[in-house]
Design a protein around this ligand. Sequence first.
Ligand code: ATP
Length: 215
Amino acid sequence: MIGIFGGTFDPVHYGHLRPALEIQQALGLDEVRLVPSLVPPHRPQPHATAQQRLAMLNAAIAGDPAFKVDTREFHREGPSYTLDTLKSLRTELTVAGICLLIGMDAFREFSSWHRWREITDYAHLVVMTRPGMPPPEKGELADFISLHRVTDVATLKSRASGLLLFHAVSQLEISGTQIRKLLASGKRADFLLPDSVLQFIRSEGLYGTGKPHDE
Ligand code: ATP
C-alpha cells in the first residue's frame, strides 16, 4: 500500500515531511509519493515555477526510501484534480491499496473538491488530525465520515480503498506562506525546512532572497 500526498510545495517544509513520514511508518506504507500540483484549483498560483518546486522536493527527499516524487500532474492539461491523479495511478500501480494523505484543514473543505464522493472509489482517505481542529459534526461531511470511518490501521489495510482514518501526527506550525514571508523580509527560515531546500532557494534567488534588504 502506498501513500499519496499532494500540495503546492512552495516550498516543501518539515510540516509536510514529518507528518507524512509518521503516517508512512504507522501504516507500514511502501512509500509516500509527494505529488506537486501544476494548477491548484482552490488557491492562488504558486510563486516558484513547477521545475523549481520539483527541484526542491527532490533536494528534500534525496536518498530517502520512504519518499518518491510523482510529477504526473505536471503533464496534464487543465486543473490538477486529485480524482484524475488517483485514476491515473490506479491504472499503473501494481500495489493494491492507495492512501490519500490530507491535513484536517484540507479535509474540512473536502466536499468542495471536484467529484469528491468518487475519491474513495480509488483510495482510502487518511486525515492527519490536529488538536483544536475537530472533524465536522454536521452536514454532508459528517455523513461521509459515519459512512467511511474506521478506527484502526488493520481494518484500513484489509481493503484497497473506500475507508477513512483519522490519525494524529506531530504538530508543526509551519507553512509555505510563513517561510516565504520570512525570506522576503530578509529573515532566516533555517530549521523550518531542509537545508538542501534552503540552499536551492538561495541559489535561485527565490521568494525575494535575491533582493537586498534593509536590515
Ligand atoms: P501555503 O502556506 O503556501 O498555502 P502549505 O505550506 O500550507 O502552503 P501546501 O503545499 O499547500 O502547503 O500543503 C499541502 C498539504 O500539506 C495539505 O494537505 C496541508 O493540509 C498539508 N500541510 C501543510 N502544512 C502542514 C503542517 N504544518 N502540518 C500538517 N500538514 C500540513
